[in-house]
Write a protein that binds this ligand. Structure first.
Ligand SMILES: Cc1cc2nc3c(=O)[nH]c(=O)nc-3n(C[C@H](O)[C@H](O)[C@H](O)COP(=O)(O)OP(=O)(O)OC[C@H]3O[C@@H](n4cnc5c(N)ncnc54)[C@H](O)[C@@H]3O)c2cc1C
Length: 345
């Protein structure tokens, strides 16, 4: 393991924001993970696990402990019978490339998750989802290092506590497990998921697109919303959606409709509740695409993404997020929850 000092973190994040890590290790193999975490443990240093940096906002002052960057590589395929394949991928592999590989091989289950930035190890942490699929639906097993009991462990999907943008890894056991490998159960030759209207519209009705065509269509739709990482695209300097879509009681949705004289899009969420797009609330609160406060702004292509317009600091992004949050709360009584992880604050 190679220990680095005062490594600047901004270039390792999609926001392009963040000060130095006091200590930094690039973990290439599981043994690096074990050794580096023991090193931090002995010195009572806080430890932060960094994947692709696509869902974090790192403080301008950086992180005072050890940042363990997950760079574990390796991909394996195992036959799982009955048209199933077990696709075993190391945590440091690029998630988007993993989806491309599966779609090309005609293995169904993750084609709608094409173009989501980040690593394979980061995906189960917030149970990434898009265009009608969530990664939890195909996860067979997650291998991880338990930083508390200091041993390798494996979880079935049922023991990962998955729900919308949640898992045990970012709720009850946040910071305890360091994911080193994820095994996906994919269906050989399975049909693509075409649930979302945006995606359905990409194909003539009655046609049967391949998985690779669906993945390509998802990437095109994402690109049109600034949600695909593209070099030199200013709206890409973000962490994707900054707020989660709130789930509210149905009568509150009716009140919001009455106040705005405009019906919010709503999706049933059970128990008399509905999910409303956070982007819709933010727009109704007066923050339109392209809105700016200094170097921080709202993406010109997607209201839900806060972007670094050049040399934004973490404090500027946080101040804009706080302004949006309090305006939406005052106007509609809905408290928006941020999606990215705040590091070093
Ligand atoms: C343009 C853009 C579009 C996006 N679109 C979507 C979308 O459609 N749907 C969606 O769900 N998300 C989306 N995201 C958010 C992000 O891509 C995902 O959350 C991604 O899975 C984060 O992975 P990462 O490796 O970058 O994690 P990081 O950002 O590095 O880390 C995020 C959290 O996961 C933890 N973590 C990372 N790796 C590991 C590991 N190996 N073991 C344990 N903990 C770990 C970190 O400690 C941190 O708490 C988008 C982001 C961007 C920038």
């Amino acid at each position: 393991m190679q220990l680095q000092e005062n490594r600047i973190l901004a270039p390792l994040t999609t926001f392009g924001i963040g000060g130095p890590a006091r200590w930094f290790v690039d973990a290439q193999i599981e043994a690096d993970v074990v050794e580096a975490s023991a090193w931090a443990h002995e010195r009572r240093l806080p430890l932060f696990v960094l994947g692709g940096g696509s869902n974090v906002l790192i403080a301008d002052a950086g992180f005072p402990g050890l940042v363990l960057h997950i760079a574990l590589k390796g991909v394996e395929e195992q036959d799982a019978g009955a048209d199933r394949i077990l696709f075993c991928v190391a945590a440091g592999e690029d998630w988007s490339q993993c989806v491309e590989r599966a779609a090309k091989a005609d293995w169904a289950g993750i084609e709608c998750l094409a173009g989501i930035p980040g690593t394979v190890g980061g995906a189960p942490v917030q149970n990434v989802g898009a265009y009608g699929q969530e990664v939890s639906s195909v996860i067979g097993r997650v291998r991880a290092f338990d930083l508390q009991d200091r041993r390798m462990v494996e979880f079935d999907a049922e023991h990962c506590g998955f729900s919308y943008r949640k898992s045990r890894f970012n709720t009850t056991d946040a910071g305890r497990f360091l994911v080193t490998r994820v095994d996906y159960r994919l269906q050989r030759g399975g049909a693509p998921t075409l649930k979302y209207p945006d995606l359905q519209r990409a194909f003539p009705s009655g046609s049967t697109p391949t998985l690779a065509e669906v993945a390509a269509a998802v990437r095109r739709i994402r690109a049109s919303k600034g949600m695909l990482l593209v070099d030199c695209e200013p709206d890409c300097r973000s962490a994707g959606s900054f707020f989660k879509n709130p789930v509210v009681p149905e009568d509150l949705a009716h009140r919001i409709e009455f106040m705005t004289r405009n019906a919010p899009p709503r999706f049933p969420a059970g128990e008399g509740k509905v999910k409303i797009p956070a982007a819709w609330l933010i727009e109704q609160a007066g923050f339109l695409r392209g809105f700016s406060r200094g170097n921080a702004g709202v993406s010109t292509q997607h209201t839900l993404a806060l972007v670094n317009r050049g040399n934004a600091t973490a404090s500027e992004i946080l101040a804009l997020a706080a302004e949006i949050r309090s305006t939406v709360e005052k106007k509609f009584g809905v408290v928006l929850q941020p999606e990215p992880v705040f590091v070093g604050f």
